[in-house]
Design a protein. Structure first.
Ligand code: 4VN
Length: 323
């Protein structure tokens, strides 16, 4: 039997940092308001790099750390809701930038669950036995889809990218998976492609990302917390033996509530939204890579972690993996 394992992690974020204080000079908000309600203190915002530039840097870092050449990759999947273009895909741009000539590549759109959905997808390709090695990246330049006049959303989001190298393994490391979507509630969090035709009588799409914060908040603490609880109840590993719960970095108060609801110590839910804001599909792999940099996570096969994404679509899902 062939299984898949996460063998390397990396992240990259643009160097320009915008603080809450900086934002308060542009819109009616304050560091106190943003930090106390969300935990966010700053965010990295790209000056000139695109989503594929950030993702390509993550790919280069993954290759460097693992001593591999780009032509040894069988696939590249990029999860994003802020692609450079619809065609070519962001993944195709990454392929060209790093010279991964043997890979097949595509983007996957599942908002803040994108990385978890893409990793679950990649794991199946490897487990099929047909592909040995690939990279899965979450990358976003949300700064380009945000309405910088709207203080209810502009303060929440940021740019960045993270990813993993996934390789064939004899050991089973993906222990549990549960993925969900509810398109009927999709409008509570939307970002359009913004195109129209002179022959269409359809109302023009909203230009920017918009969110019904209350509805998304309730969804997170109700539906997502419940699904994580169910996943844990069915998992082959007792909750106490799970080392870390890496949840989508949307809001620190939500992480407090989730920890209580799922019955785990808040110390087991690391957070970095204070530094990056909400980077949608990139938030979980950036957090994972930072945990490895800080040696909380060792990449030696000795730990078990839960990855859980939730957001636009609506989409939500969790993966329990040995790492
Ligand atoms: C998951 C969540 C959020 C989210 C929802 C609401 C929210 C983040 C509303 C109340 C406001 C503070 C901010 Cl839970 C977003 C995504 C999208 O990635 C996913 N913040 N807030 C307040 O007034 O306190």
């Amino acid at each position: 039997m062939t299984f898949a394992k996460i063998s390397q992690v990396a992240h990259y974020s643009p160097s320009q940092v915008i603080s809450n204080q900086d934002l308060s000079e542009r819109m009616d908000t304050s560091d106190e308001w943003i930090a106390s309600r969300t935990g966010i203190r700053k965010r990295h915002i790209s000056k000139s790099e695109s989503t594929s530039d950030l993702a390509a840097e993550v790919a280069r870092r993954l290759l460097k750390k693992s001593g591999l050449h780009a032509d040894q990759l069988d696939f590249i999947f990029v999860a994003t809701i802020s692609p450079d273009s619809m065609m070519p895909s962001t993944a195709a741009r990454v392929q060209a930038k790093i010279g991964a000539s043997k890979a097949f590549v595509f983007d996957l759109t599942a908002a803040c669950s994108g990385f978890v959905f893409a990793l679950a997808t990649a794991e199946k390709y490897i487990r099929s036995g047909q592909y040995k090695r690939g990279i899965v990246i979450g990358s976003e330049t949300l700064s380009k889809v945000i309405d910088w006049e709207d203080r209810t959303t502009a303060v929440l989001f940021g740019d960045g990218a993270g990813g993993v190298l996934l390789e064939a393994s004899e050991q089973q490391t993906f222990l549990a998976e549960s993925l969900f979507s509810d398109g009927s509630r999709g409008e509570v969090l939307q970002s359009s492609v913004g195109l129209s035709s002179p022959y269409s009588d359809k109302e023009e799409d909203k230009k920017y990302l918009s969110m019904d914060g209350r509805a998304v908040f309730d969804f997170a603490i109700r539906d997502v917390a419940k699904s994580i609880k169910n996943t844990l109840a069915d998992a082959p590993v007792p909750v106490e033996e799970i080392d870390f719960f890496l949840l989508h970095q949307a809001n620190d108060r939500i992480l407090d509530k989730m920890a209580k609801k799922i019955g785990v110590d808040r110390e087991k839910l690391p957070a970095n939204m204070m530094e990056y804001g909400n980077t949608s599909a990139a938030s979980i792999p950036i957090l994972l890579s930072e945990c490895v940099d800080q040696e909380l996570i060792k990449l030696d096969g000795s730990q078990t972690i839960l990855l859980s994404g939730f957001g636009g679509g609506l989409t939500w899902g969790s993966l329990l993996v040995t790492i």
